[in-house]
Design a protein around this ligand. Structure first.
Ligand code: GLN
Length: 193
């Protein structure tokens, strides 16, 4: 396949960090804010940030339904933290009216780590990556349960689920992009035809 065109949804969040990581890998990177940009990519990254804001802006920019549709049609998609929340099938502690794009049969609980422990860094194993990766958790969600079609790809030492993939969609609770960790983005690129 020729160079893969990866778009980073650029409504809110750590767009720049994702772009910077992707620019070190074998792909061409663009920021997605319009329908035309969404239609010109081979894979979409949904960043971390604030999922309620990403949801609201996706409606305002006329992108909510188009993104939902391209994911349902099979566009490869990778979400970190707020991005994972937007890829879930059900959000616990959602802000009123917030809806996910869907893609992964999983119940995801926002802000699941409470105040004391709401940000931390840890090394984790991710299925498909042959070495532990460094991950930052920032007001992170937990994947409370997954459906039978979803595959767990990362857990915390206590067993809580923090990474999942299903078909064309992959989501993780943490931020490899904040700590310069490229391996999960590489795994995503490898999954694209
Ligand atoms: N708590 C945020 C949310 O609900 C996610 C935090 C993050 O992306 N770092 O969207």
């Amino acid at each position: 396949m020729s160079t893969k065109r990866i778009g980073v949804l650029a409504l809110q969040g750590d767009v720049r960090e994702h772009v910077a990581i992707l620019e070190t890998l074998d792909c061409s990177v663009s920021e997605v804010k319009t329908l035309a940009a969404l239609q010109a990519i081979d894979g979409l990254v949904i960043p971390g940030g604030e999922s309620t804001t990403i949801y609201k802006l996706s409606e305002i920019f006329g992108l909510y339904q188009p993104i939902k549709d391209v994911i349902a049609e099979g566009l490869p998609v990778f979400g970190t933290c707020a991005g994972l929340i937007m890829l879930s099938s059900e959000i616990v502690n959602s802000a009123s009216g917030q809806k996910p794009f869907g893609g992964i049969d999983a119940v995801v609980e926002r802000n699941a780590f409470g105040n004391q422990n709401d940000s931390f860094e840890i090394d984790l194993n991710v299925k498909g990556i042959d070495h532990p990766i460094h991950a930052a958790f920032i007001r992170a969600p937990i994947i409370a349960s997954v459906g039978p079609a979803a595959e767990v790809i990362a857990t915390l030492p206590d067993g809580r689920i923090v990474g999942v993939r299903q078909g064309n969609a992959m989501g993780i609770s943490f931020h490899p992009e904040m700590v310069g960790e490229a391996a999960v983005h590489e795994l995503f690129l490898r999954s694209i035809g």
